[in-house]
Design a protein around this ligand. Sequence first.
Ligand SMILES: Cc1cc2nc3c(=O)[nH]c(=O)nc-3n(C[C@H](O)[C@H](O)[C@H](O)COP(=O)(O)OP(=O)(O)OC[C@H]3O[C@@H](n4cnc5c(N)ncnc54)[C@H](O)[C@@H]3O)c2cc1C
Length: 494
Amino acid sequence: MLPPMTAIQSLLLAEFGPEQALVSEAALTAYECDGFTIHKQRPLAVLLPENSEEVQKAIRILQREKVPFLARGAGTCLSGGPTAILPSVVIETARMKRILEVHADDLLAVVQPGVVNSELSRHVAHLGLHYAPDPSSQAVCTIGGNVAENSGGPHCFKYGMTTDHILGLQVVLPDGEIAQFGSSCGPRAHEFDLTGLFTGSEGTFGITTEITVRLSPNPESILTLLAAFSSMDAACESVEEIVAAGMIPAALEILDQGTIRAVEASVYRAGYPQEAAAVLLVELDGPADQLAQESNEIRSIFAGNSALEVEEALDQEARARLWRGRKGAFGAMGRLKPDLYVLDGVVPRTQLVGTLRQIAAIAKKYELTLTNVFHAGDGNLHPNISYDGRDAEETRRVVAAGHEILETCINAGGSITGEHGVGSEKLDHMKLMFEEADLQVMERVRMVFNPEELCNPGKVIPERSACSEVARWPQMAERIRKAELEADEGRLSN
Ligand SMILES: Cc1cc2nc3c(=O)[nH]c(=O)nc-3n(C[C@H](O)[C@H](O)[C@H](O)COP(=O)(O)OP(=O)(O)OC[C@H]3O[C@@H](n4cnc5c(N)ncnc54)[C@H](O)[C@@H]3O)c2cc1C
């Protein structure tokens, strides 16, 4: 027998109709988590608006009924961002996927938030332009989600994160007002940089409904190299030396042996040498003569670090092949175990070697399968723990190891997140990084936009420093704290 419909479900169905309001258990199951599958919470309903006015209508109803709500793009977030903590209504932007304007001469476009990242570059390719931020999930993730997370990607080492490419935003605030931040020229005269403030606020300040993005001219030429090494240290040292020599490649990405082998066994097969302990993917772009000179310098750095082999992509097909392995690496992990916990710590580039050794020791201690694929130029690590979420004991070890890895990154002078956000995943880690006073300032800023905390409640700022009375994310917190407690007990008894 079907469960009875709740009052809010009936109301939303009456207001939006069955085409735009999903309430069945089967439909809602698809929305119970994002890429951080440890945190699950099925929403009360899912709304599918098509424009700013429909988002405004939804928020006004939910605000009146005091029902929490949150935006969702493609659900590829890896920190629980679009997964509710409190029972909430999801406002999904899948039907807001129109590219509204392109101004090639002004190098900008105006898009709805549900536009898929790579679709925008495809749309403007004939103009010799592209949209630079390129998360590895770019074939599915949305620009609205990228803005919320201030997403990065392989080419962000040279070109900057999402925030460097956003000129203006139209947003529906949690009280239902529509506000415009920035413009086609960026901040308007004497305006606070509210576009910058909103970017990276993880969907806790309101819902973006239109985005003005900066477009970039395609480079004159591109040169892609893949070097294989017999040790991870040699790959990391090459990265350090390339940057120290004054070069700024468009991308500097490392994959370890576990990742290489998973990729080579998958549909993302790229021809990476499987005996290598690590491969380093370097992409250079700019004038052809400069690339030739930099390529020579980089090849001598590789030789100095005893590279096993170096491949240069000689055409677009070879370049696409080398990138296919990197961009498909997380997907390929599905071959190792049913679940994947992708961590996102950052360390200074000079700390890469030592930190990776400590991470390997943590994985060994907890008897876990851990692989690494990361944005080496930025020191942005992605230790990936493959596990089986149906095994409670293994999940406990995964959570405990993840906590230790992020602590290690902080101790190395780094951060708990480079690009995936805090969401629900790293609430506890925030206290390791920030003083109480810092968290209070963040909380006060959030209160300006979201005073009743109806918009994506419980995210980013841990409970202890909150001014509001919201009862936080009971399931997830309890699960992680219990696991940590057990891990502590384990450590004490060892
Ligand atoms: C295989 C894989 C590879 C990845 N690689 C990268 C990478 O290289 N770099 C990187 O930075 N990330 C990466 N990610 C993480 C993820 O893709 C990014 O965080 C992405 O920006 C999320 O976009 P989305 O559309 O899926 O948003 P969602 O996951 O749906 O939502 C993410 C957050 O944005 C909020 N949000 C969504 N739309 C709006 C809106 N219109 N207004 C306000 N808030 C909104 C949500 O509430 C949520 O808090 C990867 C993920 C996967 C699965």
